[in-house]
Design a protein around this ligand. Sequence first.
Ligand code: FA5
Length: 371
Amino acid sequence: MSDIETMKSEALAAIAAAHEPAALEALRVGLLGKQGSVSALLKTLGAMSPEERQAKGPAIQGLREAVAEALAARKQAFDAAELAERLATERVDLTLPAPDAPRGSVHPVSQVMDELAEIFADLGFAVATGPEIEDDWYNFTALNMPESHPARAMHDTFYFPDQAPKGGKMLLRTHTSPVQVRTMLAEGAPLRVIAPGRVYRSDSDATHTPMFHQIEGLVIDRDIHLGHLKWTLETFLKAFFEREDIVLRLRPSYFPFTEPSVEVDVGFAIEKTADGRSRRVLGGSGDAPGHGWMELLGSGMVNRRVIEMSGLDPDEWQGFAFGLGVDRLAMLKYGMDDLRAFFDGDARWLAHYGFSPFDQPTLSSGVGARA
Ligand code: FA5
């Protein structure tokens, strides 16, 4: 038997006899490690003449492969045995009581999203979604903002260098309104949907963050008018703030994708709560002494051009749409002052403002958490 054959059978026998992972690892280092015997043999290949290398090379390479394979197979056997032993001995007792103080908490934005979905589901709205990396046709053009339309500049857009499929550029969507177009194109009419999600703008101060959350609402049907929009918003805001004395102020506004367009303000006052937190409580007119108006959302009747570009006949189908800032709603309901803290990831802030995961919002027991 050649030296190499002898080395191989000795190595394979030693690997087969290794009785624990540490012994196997020592063998691996001794054979294939930097100073290992097989590695040393491999290094001799470099100094051989081409003829010699042709004669001895395959045997040396074969030795390395056989040793590596045997080591891997033995290691796999050890791992499988260890797993089998753990499965046989480790147990989780699901009957044990939960810890007194659960450590995780639900972020206020997730809480408010759940509350909104609950309320709108009760009003018969389905949930629609769209991509966060959007095509500028859906984000702008189809919403009646052709290239060089001045309203595009209002959005401080993050663009990608890539070309979009329909020309123009790819971008991070600046609002949830492109989901209006995507849903009309995919599902036709009639429609009653909300589209919650993340949106992005190059903007940062106490009431603006570069990433924030919006929820879009869209109703398309025959004979829809502004009264339906006002009723829907009033009903939703009363359920969300859990009070009947909500007063809305509708102001004429401008969005290229709605006509007429309406901005909605809500009356608020500042109150000290028992735990010392200042909380903005809504209710009553914003013109009452000590009260003010806070802008909550943009809305309006869907522009005929948008209905047309979404593949529907505007003489047959009309609708209303609204878009609101979820983070601002959370601030207003739960009394936070700085929007940037929402995304700092500070565990103390979350412990203070987070919600119990066990407290699910429901319309019957109240959408506000009682944490
Ligand atoms: C829009 O984004 C329109 N798409 C809304 C709309 C939808 C109008 C459907 C008509 C029909 P606007 O840019 O005003 O509109 O933003 C809507 C809301 O998002 C604002 O009222 C505000 O609450 C919130 N918002 C806007 N920018 C920021 C930001 N940088 N940080 C946090 N919230 C923001």
